[in-house]
Design a protein. Structure first.
Length: 255
């Protein structure tokens, strides 16, 4: 998908200024879209409808193409893609990371080519500067920054799985943006899985209301399980966090 978008950008790209609304609310839009896709898949029985899956993939590809024409770099992948939000969660557990030697960046680099690019290569497609990266969630490991850095500051490191979750606890980035969106995305994912399995049990038929609408029943149970998962995770975060001086929301986001 990214390859197709890059080829299109070479021939047609307006390079419009990215609205602040997308920067600040993009992660929440992506999380909501993923939860919506997850539930639509079950409601219309998408696993057994190949044509519906084709429409879904073409829709995601279409949005990627549109945003590639309107904006430079990978705006869709960075801010709005529902699948990208999910991958951002798993990326935090990765055993490898791309980071830089901050001492070299601050003392020898006056122009961050990892971000801006060079005459030969474009900058980071995800709008990242390795000099201040502390998380894998937006990095697609394309290696563009490695090619662009003339000071050999960028490197690929090995680390313990999930080390990022503990190492970055307390950073301001955990209080806003994508991390905040991901904190509410995880209960949505859990609730979706529970709802799909619950709908197949005989209890589902016994607990339905007088309204003869399967979609209505499923949505009600999904909301119930989402609030239940959200409450349990929040309670666990407050209970485990103890008296750390941080708010319950900060502990919930990290937990």
């Amino acid at each position: 998908m990214r390859t197709i978008a890059e080829k299109i950008q070479k021939t047609a790209c307006f390079k419009l200024k990215l609205p602040n609304f997308i920067k600040s609310n993009g992660p929440f839009i992506g999380v909501f879209s993923f939860a919506l896709i997850l539930n639509i898949e079950h409601i219309i029985n998408m696993p057994d409808e190949p044509l519906a899956t084709v429409y879904l993939l073409l829709s995601i590809l279409g949005f990627a193409v549109i945003f590639s024409i309107l904006f430079d770099r990978a705006v869709w992948c960075r801010y709005l893609c529902p699948l990208g939000q999910m991958n951002g969660v798993y990326a935090k557990l990765s055993m490898i990371e791309i980071r830089s030697n901050t001492s070299v960046c601050s003392s020898e680099c006056s122009l961050p080519t990892c971000y801006n690019g060079t005459d030969e290569n474009k900058g980071c497609p995800m709008y990242l500067g390795v000099f201040n990266m502390h998380t894998n969630e937006n990095c697609i490991m394309c290696g563009q920054c490695v090619k662009n850095c003339k000071h050999y500051s960028v490197r690929i490191n090995f680390r313990a799985p999930a080390a990022e979750l503990f190492r970055d606890y307390g950073l301001d980035s955990y209080k806003k943006g994508k991390n905040l969106a991901i904190a509410f995305f995880v209960p949505a994912l859990i609730a979706g899985v529970i709802s799909m399995n619950f709908a197949g049990l005989f209890l589902f038929d016994n607990l339905v209301t007088g309204i003869n609408n399967v979609i209505f029943h499923y949505v009600i149970f999904y909301i119930f399980f989402y609030l239940l998962c959200l409450g349990l995770i929040w309670f666990g975060a407050v209970l485990v966090g103890g008296d750390t001086g941080r708010s319950s929301l900060e502990r919930f986001i990290w937990f």
